[in-house]
Design a protein around this ligand. Structure first.
Ligand SMILES: [Zn+2]
Length: 539
């Protein structure tokens, strides 16, 4: 997600952008020497959630593989006011050197290359309460209309280390995850993956959830409430897929009606992107006390069972009211964010541009290509061109919120240039194969697309992702002659463009130098396809 109620989003991004990167930003956002020598393999996270005191207490047993010997410090992240209360390895309690949210564990036993090691992290405290979830996250402590607790974590951006200790950097995903979440006995916890067991005492229940695929940190979540469950088996590309829905008891009826869009989503996205990436872990929609988030295999939902974005159409065309924004957008992230994950949040367009674009592909699949085009073109009114889409590397800084609408329009423009929908679909599916369960960089995605589409897209990516300049197509018509060029472009920019001229479609290859097209007859009408996200100026 990281979506935008436009004002809220701009406030957050601008305030973050205006600050210089600090030592804490570097510790969080880079592969420090204390992170570089080991690879995270498994988390076994146990947490007791105490609603009465709004506190958490737990342990995370972390298994990692030693890549390089010779280091004696290991970095773990946990943000104040949560406290790391004990660290154990091989039966010994270890010392910790703390620098803000970074905790450098002083190892005592040998760390041999190739070896698997485990470390036990104990933690407790009253975690930061979410201020404006999911954008300004933490833990949301609410109650439903029956007075039952309704609690959820959301931590994109701020980081999962807001509530549990882990390696809080996106480049290295844990290979699998077990969660044991203990809650008062009248409540249910829904987390990622599959429910493999429930342990009960007289006062509490512990829900054991297991994820058998790599998962990004910000996707790990707890959702606690008076949930009821219903489910279906979807006949997917890889076979039967369990689709399961967890909603508050009071909302079951509405959810049963609205969530019929979930299998429609699955059908459209498997068509465009390939098989759902986490069959082993199932797909879930889980009601949450905030708008929603792409938590892997437990997508959270709080769109009030309405179509659009809280009942509104972000495109202003009416097309956005044909689907439930949160079901479609957040589930689209299962392919772009959860399957293909950025190594650095500076490249977060890989998550948000493709997922914003996926909304238009959903429309394309169920309502036709014209509806889809109208929607994505309509979204342009939300573009700001305030700063580049690609952010700052190694300091936990994502780029402009334009990664949504502008990124989607860049992809739509490329699809229009490619002019071969089957190849375009193969490329989207190819991305999900090439980067299956991997973390990646923008450069790798850009190269893959250029190769697969047989076009040098580098100037287009550089222009749209790395500058705020929108190409301007300048043209002059005189009798039988059309003169044209691009301005407001990076050097060596070129991008094919199709125009209608004298009633016929004509491809041009404009660049920053004037070119001419000579027609056999006087030019009586000329128009530029709206699918290209450019500006035009008639001279
Ligand atoms: Zn999103």
């Amino acid at each position: 997600m990281r979506l935008l109620f436009t004002l809220v989003f701009s406030f957050i991004t601008l305030s973050v952008f205006s600050q210089e990167a600090t030592r804490q930003d570097s510790l969080r956002g880079s592969i420090t020497p204390q992170r570089a020598w080991w690879d995270i393999v498994h988390y076994d996270l146990s947490v007791t959630v105490i609603p009465a005191s709004k506190s958490l207490i737990g342990t995370n047993i972390m298994t990692y593989r030693v890549l390089e010997e010779g280091t004696t410090e290991l970095q773990i992240d946990l943000q104040s006011p949560m406290e790391l209360t004990a660290v154990m390895q091989d039966g010994h309690s270890l010392d910790v050197r703390t620098e803000g949210a970074a905790h450098f564990i002083q190892l005592e036993s040998a760390q041999k290359a190739g070896e698997l090691k485990a470390i036990r992290l104990s933690f407790e405290g009253k975690p930061r309460a979410a201020v404006n979830p999911p954008w300004d996250g933490g833990i949301t402590w609410q109650q439903d209309s029956n007075g039952k607790h309704f609690i959820a974590s959301s931590n994109q951006g701020i980081g999962s280390s807001i509530w549990w200790p882990n390696r809080d950097h996106p480049a290295d995903e844990v290979d699998s995850l077990d969660m044991h979440v203990t809650v008062p006995k009248d409540l249910v916890d829904v987390s990622n993956g599959r429910l493999v067991g429930i342990d009960s005492t007289t006062s509490s229940k512990t829900y054991h959830w297991a994820v058998r695929n790599p998962i990004n940190n910000y996707g790990v979540n707890i959702n606690i409430g008076d949930y009821v469950n219903f489910s279906e088996v979807y006949k997917g590309e890889k076979g039967p897929l369990d689709m399961s829905y967890w909603v508050l008891r009071e909302d079951e009826k509405k959810a049963r009606a609205q969530f019929t869009q979930a299998p429609m989503m699955m059908e459209a996205f498997e068509h465009w992107f390939g098989p759902y990436p986490f069959y082993e872990d199932s797909f879930k929609l889980v009601q949450a006390p905030y708008l929603g988030m792409e938590h892997q295999s437990s997508v959270t939902y709080g769109n009030k069972f309405k179509n659009g974005y809280l009942g509104k159409d972000l495109s202003g065309t009416g097309q956005g009211l044909k689907f439930d924004f949160i079901i479609i957008h957040e589930s689209g992230h299962e392919w772009f964010a959860n399957n293909i994950t950025n190594k650095d949040v500076a490249d977060m367009w890989i998550h948000e541009s493709f997922t914003n674009y996926s909304e238009n592909l959903y429309l394309d699949y169920h309502f036709g290509k014209d509806a889809a085009s109208e929607y994505v073109i309509g979204l342009r009114k939300n573009i700001r061109n305030d700063r580049p889409i690609i952010g700052t590397y190694d300091v936990n800084r994502s780029g402009s919120g334009d990664m949504y609408y502008k990124g989607a329009n860049m992809l739509h423009t490329i699809r229009t240039i490619v002019d071969n929908d089957e190849l375009w679909r193969e490329t989207l599916r190819g991305l999900n194969k090439e980067f299956y369960h991997k973390t990646t960089t923008s450069a790798m995605v850009e190269d893959f697309m250029s190769r697969k589409l047989n076009q040098n897209l580098a100037p287009i990516f550089d222009q749209y992702l790395r500058t705020v300049k929108i190409p301007t197509f300048e043209y002059k018509v005189s009798k039988k002659k059309l003169s044209y060029r691009y301005t407001n472009v990076i050097s060596d920019f070129s991008m094919p463009l199709s125009i209608m001229i004298n009633g016929k479609l004509q491809w041009l290859a404009p660049a920053d130098q004037w070119q001419e097209l000579k027609m056999s007859k006087k030019i009586i009408d000329m128009s530029i396809l709206e699918d290209f996200y450019i500006q035009t100026r008639k001279l």
